[in-house]
Design a protein around this ligand. Structure first.
Ligand code: NAD
Ligand code: LMR
Length: 343
């Protein structure tokens, strides 16, 4: 398989590369060609990372290409992790962040359209992840929109871990926590609509029965801890989450493309909302509970979201609509509107 990782010399890249190269994501029997994309300033560091990857002597690593040319990176690519982007600097407005990244992801989408495999699967990690993914997929007519996903698996892992801590149980027993909406502070982490604890003997206890008595914790401490986790890690480390983000990217792609979800289980993925699920505006990249099978996802439908949850979902939808409008205005002003292939 040919796997693209953009921003490969960055922090997340440094943690993600060993997971992909060692077979941890695609399994021990799949040989991978790594196509690593950087900007010119990152290339020298990327060459150092390449030396280290070679020195790991992974059985499953076939070939490494380091490049600054998206057309080289995406050539015949089967899977892409889009990690490279422009980071938010102190004092920078979200609109400025969207402006710079929209241009970057326009060029990612154009390269995918030009040279990638027809069935390439794309995970967008770089922020603003949902809107970057939307900009990318809109450049592609050959590749179906369902092949794009923006990462909310880190939020899902964070939320599941907080619930496990609260209940004093192992995180492996916590199932079907939902992340609704944007990978941002407006997201709605929701353990009680569909979540449950699965005991070792298979008994399932709904999280609603275990946590609803503690509404105060659910609606305040839990919510803000998950929504603000990225900021908290950044303040503590002086750098944004990298190990946990790489781990989540590996988890997301492994579940989506390799293992699938177990029957009845869901994971969080921000996907193209073609159907208008849960009343959310069609055409946004929105995080929903997803079931994965045979390399595809479907949104789990029919869940009963309470009024509090519906308000939170609306708030995240409103943020995504304003991000979408800002990005589309930039594409149009940039003269790229006409190359926006999907309406
Ligand atoms: P980083 O700054 O350490 O690395 C980013 C790398 O991308 C740099 O090496 C840079 O040179 C490269 N880059 C920039 N523009 C590029 C382009 N046009 N093409 C190719 N490479 C390019 O940042 P990081 O800590 O690795 O984080 C990467 C991104 O992931 C950031 O946008 C961050 O906000 C985001 N992030 C997302 C999540 C999530 O859950 N979705 C979690 C953590 C971080
Ligand atoms: C995170 O959730 O840790 C990141 O998205 C934070 C960031 O802005 O990089």
């Amino acid at each position: 398989m040919t796997i693209v990782i953009t921003g490969a010399a960055g922090q997340i890249g440094y943690s993600l590369l060993p997971m992909v190269a060692s077979g941890e994501v695609f399994g021990p029997n799949t040989m991978v060609n790594l196509h690593l994309l950087e900007i010119p300033q990152g290339l020298a560091m990327l060459e150092g990372v390449k030396m280290e990857l070679l020195d790991c002597a992974y059985d499953t690593l076939n070939n490494i290409v380091c490049t600054t040319d998206p057309l080289v990176a995406f050539k015949d690519a089967d899977v892409a992790f889009l990690v490279g982007g422009f980071p938010r600097r102190p004092g920078m407005l979200r609109k400025d962040l969207i402006q710079i990244n929209t241009k970057i992801f326009l060029s990612m989408g154009q390269a995918i359209e030009a040279v990638a495999s027809n069935n390439i699967k794309v995970l967008v990690v770089a922020n603003p992840a949902n809107t970057n993914a939307l900009v990318t997929l809109k450049q592609c007519t050959r590749v179906p929109s369902k092949n794009f996903c923006a990462m909310t698996r880190l939020d899902y892992n964070r939320a599941s871990a907080q619930v496990a801590l609260k209940l004093g149980t192992s995180v492996k027993n916590i199932k079907n926590v939902i992340i609704w909406g944007n990978h941002s502070a407006s997201q709605y982490p929701d353990p009680t609509t569909d979540g449950y604890v699965e005991a070792n003997d298979g008994t399932k206890t709904p999280l609603s029965s275990l946590l609803n008595e503690d509404d105060e914790w659910l609606r305040n401490e839990f919510l803000t801890t998950v929504q603000q986790r990225g900021k908290a890690v950044m303040e503590a480390r002086g750098k944004s989450s990298a190990l946990s983000a790489a781990n989540a990217a590996a988890d997301c792609v492994r579940t989506w493309l390799v293992t699938g979800t177990k029957p009845g289980e869901t994971v969080a993925m921000a996907v193209y909302n073609e159907e208008g699920h849960y009343g959310v505006t069609k055409g946004l990249m929105f995080s929903f509970p997803c079931e994965c099978k045979d390399g595809d996802w479907v949104v789990k439908t029919g869940l009963n979201v309470n009024e509090f949850g519906q308000e939170k979902i609306k708030a995240s939808e409103a943020e995504l609509l304003s991000e979408r409008d800002a990005a589309m205005e930039i594409l149009n002003n940039n003269g790229s509107g006409s190359s926006t292939k999907k309406e």
